[in-house]
Design a protein around this ligand. Structure first.
Ligand code: HEM
Length: 376
């Protein structure tokens, strides 16, 4: 999409798209404003019929403020840092399965399962339950990948409604267990979190669990897949990283900027909003194009160059303002463990096929659905 973004950003940074009567914003300043100015741009854009209105990400203040404070209590940086040894173990186990063969599909064999295993582990779910997590996550992703109103979307909505009931029953069981016997895990902390005498109710815990499965899974999968893609496309930068492994955190920030896993976030205008000489009327759907903002030459020198030591790098891949990604420390940690393992253990990396790589099919996310590689 990048050449198209360039053209649009320079000609019409705010674009009305008549078929869906929605507005797209392409420049860094405009996207940042749409993400953080919650008086003008509301996040209450939950797809109808899905009960996702309970989700933190689809709420505005004051409800957002309460939910975010409670969830932040449970999802602390210390709790995330404590996951590192377990993430390392999961990453090694996944690599051990394919390493002898000299080839793997980075997406399917590694980047898809890893974040899902981490979420299950984080909640303290028994290993035997992991196949359920995969099924639930697929149902949520199918829904988020369809265009509302289509036949496909109606089918996806039925499947989502069915798994929601299943997830609710499952989670209720886990919550009861934690109430009876608290453990040192995220779920216990969610159950026990209290701010100003308020706690999360069962629907809110379920909503956060569903949000974790969608917000915490495919995004991190795509970050790992996109990192591999960037290195396969830029072997000089891979060699640079191998020679200076301390550049890994900055390399991950550059992947986030250069191939942003979340390309766009939705908002709806609360009032008429003047922007770049145009007026977006009240009540309109808005797409804040993060992927485009992160290639804006007004903000980034040589934006189409992948530079693992880029500094400064004020990308907005995790959003900006009150909705700033709660999972940013976790996904940075997962990406760090994953890339350290992939780069250290797989030598002579190359793509296993000359065919163009296959993207995931959804306009708001960006990453390879499949990425077969060969290595020594
Ligand atoms: C919010 C991106 C990983 C949980 C967001 C937002 C973005 C984003 C752009 C802002 C949404 C908005 O302004 O409307 C990403 C990317 C990730 C990632 C690129 C990985 C590379 C994760 C993970 C988790 C997570 C691993 C949880 C385990 C959340 C939650 C919110 C959020 C709960 C909502 C926060 C709020 O509304 O206050 N993420 N995310 N994300 N993310 Fe992430």
């Amino acid at each position: 999409p990048y050449p198209a973004y360039d053209q649009l950003r320079s000609r019409t940074p705010v674009l009305h798209y008549p078929p869906s009567d929605s507005w797209l914003i392409f420049d860094h300043d405009g996207v940042k404003r749409a993400l953080h100015d919650h008086d003008a741009f509301s996040s209450v854009v939950s797809p109808p019929g899905t009960r996702t209105a309970e989700w933190l990400i689809f709420s505005d203040p004051p409800r957002h403020t309460k939910l975010r404070a409670l969830i932040t209590r449970a999802f602390t940086p210390r709790a995330v840092a404590g996951l590192e040894p377990r993430i390392r173990r999961l990453s090694r186990e996944l690599l051990d399965r394919t390493i002898e063969s000299g080839q793997m599909d980075v997406a399917e064999d590694y980047a898809v399962p890893l974040p899902l295993l981490v979420i299950a582990e984080m909640l303290g779910a028994p290993a035997a339950d992991q196949p359920h997590f995969k099924r639930w996550s697929d149902a949520i992703l199918d829904l988020s990948h369809t265009v509302s109103g289509s036949e496909e979307a109606a089918r996806a909505l039925d499947a989502f409604t069915a798994v929601t009931a299943e997830m609710q029953a499952y989670l209720r069981g886990l919550v009861e267990q934690r109430r009876a016997a608290p453990e040192d895990d995220l779920l216990t902390r969610l159950v026990e979190a209290e701010v100003d005498g308020e706690r999360l109710n069962e629907d809110e815990i379920l909503g956060f669990f569903q949000l974790l499965l969608v917000a915490g899974h495919e995004t991190t999968t795509n970050l790992i897949g996109n990192a591999m893609l960037c290195f396969l496309e830029n072997p000089d930068e891979l060699a640079r990283l191998r020679a200076a492994p301390e550049l890994l955190p900055s390399a991950i920030e550059e992947v986030l900027r250069y191939r942003s896993p979340v390309q766009a976030m939705f908002r709806v205008t609360r009032r008429d909003v003047p922007m770049h000489g145009q007026v977006i009327p009240a009540g309109k759907a808005v797409l804040a194009m993060i992927g485009s903002a992160n290639r804006d030459s007004q903000q980034f020198r040589d934006p189409d160059r992948f530079d693992i030591a880029r500094d400064p790098n004020p990308h907005i891949a995790f959003g900006h303002g009150i909705h700033f990604c709660i999972g940013a420390p976790l996904s940075r940690l997962e990406a760090r463990v994953a890339l350290a393992d992939l780069v250290a253990r797989l030598g002579g990396l190359e793509r296993a096929s000359d065919a163009p790589w296959e993207p995931r099919r959804a306009i708001h996310v960006h990453g390879p659905a499949r990425l077969p590689i060969r290595f020594a």
